[in-house]
Design a protein around this ligand. Structure first.
Ligand code: HEM
Length: 535
């Protein structure tokens, strides 16, 4: 008698619990959105260029939309007011990260910064970034590296556009999105250049030098053995990241599609080996120089390791975060900016007129000129308004049940801010689709997280710590490209024919790499020489 009554009680408890959970679920008022299909949700409704698809859905369902990717709820907001609610008012409850199985492996379950949940570890590492790595002093100390790299880019473009016979080494054609640009055909060399390969090299060298204190590329663009290893690691990382299947979104399918554990382990070990070898080199050099630390992040982190109680995994994770977050984003911004400047020759001429007036024609621009070049600053800002490199930022995850615009957002949901859609919202921007840097003369809009209409770097506690560095790099590249060259579309192509569509992905490259013809503008040859700086 005892056993059946116990069983009945247990069954009743289960039924009650299920009914209660169902009741809670039905009672929730989730944001509207496309009707989810069983199991897959909206996985097959989402178009590859997600931010455009979400912007269309915002038109249909309103500024806050529910999108079910399998069993995970993603809430996408598309107005400046809602961005403020997410990134300012509810910032603390929405500051976790969603880690899929790949990012969990890469970050050793959030022991870095990008993939760390908001908590004591995050606060500590973020403090290291804010107080030690990205200080104005360190950025200034690293300025010669940036000027070395941007002048190296100018020299390389100059050689390629005045010397059609120059052989482009295969490695020079390697571009940092991991793809190989099947560069300029032989008969066109010196006429039409693939802009991405030049700006990609600047971003690559800048970030590797800043993080690892290493220039992996020689003056001819040939990458050394350590650099090839670095390249191999990033390419494998991208492949592994892309290898995840639909099971990523449907938790109970995962047993059917296990991770390639072995490949992830090998990748992690390879990355650790290279990074530790570089860390040891730095430690040795520091000891030889009587403890004098250099300004690179690797040196800074090693000397601060005890003070901040940083594990080796955290140092390695942070260094690779800089590579992941800082390289593509800057190159992408410049490529889009150049596409807009070629499509809008009037804007290009106006920026060049300002550069000639402020810098003159017998020296090259430096970052010290920035304060006197407001139009150049607006050009960079306008490029990042229309083409934010991370149009949905990085997803934030709710660490508690939250209300957004009066709707329920349950704990564990992802919240995305469509900064691309907000920056094109006609309710807050006049003629939003026009590339018109002058708009910032009428109103000086901040882009580092204080004005929710313009958020290329996000806002709030997870705002990009590299924002100022990114702005300096983008302005510097654009400034040199404009001051030293005139830019036109390839022969036979009209400016309006430039393909302005985007590649799918977390970061948004131009779908068709920009091709353009560069003509030197300054007379003296010596202005096209690299100014190398050993550091
Ligand atoms: C034009 C250049 C750049 C753009 C547009 C950009 C944009 C962003 C955005 C939108 C986020 C996510 C913010 C959020 O989740 O709310 C982010 C995070 C981050 N960025 Fe940048 N970024 C740029 C350059 C850089 C550079 C140069 C570095 C470092 C070398 C860097 C390092 C980081 C890191 C470490 C994070 C993670 C912050 C966190 O999770 O707390 N970024 N960036």
């Amino acid at each position: 008698m005892e056993v059946p009554s116990l069983r009945a009680a247990a069954t009743a408890a289960c039924v009650l619990l299920a009914a209660f959970l169902l009741y809670c679920r039905l009672r929730r008022r989730l944001p509207p959105g496309p009707r989810p299909w069983p199991v897959v949700g909206n996985l097959y409704d989402v178009k590859p260029v997600r931010f455009r698809c979400y912007a269309e859905w915002a038109q249909r369902y309103g500024p806050v939309v529910s999108v079910w990717l399998g069993s995970t709820l993603n809430v996408v907001v598309s107005t400046a007011e809602l961005a403020r609610e997410v990134l300012k008012e509810k910032d603390q409850q929405l500051a976790n990260r969603h880690r899929n199985r790949a990012s969990a492996k890469f970050s050793r379950d959030g022991q870095d910064l990008i993939w760390a949940d908001y908590g004591p570890h995050y606060v500590k590492v973020r403090k290291v970034c804010n107080l030690e790595l990205f200080t104005p002093r360190r950025l200034e100390a690293l300025r010669p590296i940036r000027e070395d790299e941007v002048t190296a880019m100018v020299e390389s473009i100059y050689r390629d556009c005045v010397n059609p016979e120059r052989v482009v080494h295969e490695q020079l054609r390697w571009v940092f999105d991991g793809s190989v640009v099947h560069g300029v055909p032989a008969e066109n060399r010196g006429k039409s250049l693939t802009v991405r390969s030049y700006v990609g090299a600047v971003a690559f060298n800048n970030i590797t030098r800043l993080a690892f204190g290493k220039r992996f590329m020689d003056a001819d663009g040939v990458i050394d053995a350590q650099g090839m290893e670095f390249k191999g690691i990033t390419t494998t990382g991208m492949k592994l990241g892309a290898s995840l299947s639909i099971a990523e979104n449907i938790a109970w399918l995962r047993w059917l599609c296990p991770l390639e554990e072995e490949a992830f382990a090998q990748h992690g070990a390879r990355r650790d080996r290279l990074t530790k070898a570089i860390m040891e080199e730095h430690t040795r050099l520091r000891q030889q120089s009587g403890g004098k630390a250099k300004q690179h992040f690797v040196d800074a982190l090693l000397t601060l390791q005890k003070q901040y109680d940083l594990s080796d995994d955290t140092i390695i994770g942070l260094l690779w975060d800089m590579i992941t977050a800082g390289m593509d984003t800057t190159a992408i911004s410049v490529e889009w900016g150049m596409a807009e400047l070629i499509k809008n020759p009037g804007v290009q001429a106006k920026a060049q007129e300002e550069l000639d007036r402020v810098v003159g024609r017998d020296r090259v621009m430096t970052e010290a000129d920035f304060p006197n070049l407001p139009y150049l600053q607006w050009v960079a800002k306008e490029a990042m308004r229309l083409h934010p490199p991370t149009p949905l930022m990085l997803p934030h995850r709710a660490n508690a049940d939250v209300k957004l615009a009066g709707y329920d957002v349950p704990k564990g949901s992802n919240v995305l801010v469509n900064v691309w859609a907000i920056a094109r919202d006609p309710a807050v921007w006049k003629n939003p689709l026009e590339f018109r840097p002058e708009r910032f003369a009428d109103e000086d809009v901040d882009m580092k997280g204080h004005d929710f209409r313009l958020l290329p770097f996000g806002a709030g506690r997870r705002v990009c710590p590299g924002a100022q560095l990114g702005i300096n790099m983008v302005q510097s590249m654009l400034g040199h490209l404009l001051h030293q060259f005139r830019w036109e579309p390839p022969q036979g192509m009209r400016p309006e024919d430039i393909d302005m569509s985007e590649n799918p992905g977390l970061v948004t490259y131009m779908h068709t790499p920009l091709q353009a013809v560069a003509t030197p503008r300054l007379e003296a040859n010596h202005l096209y020489k690299r100014v190398p700086f050993e550091m």
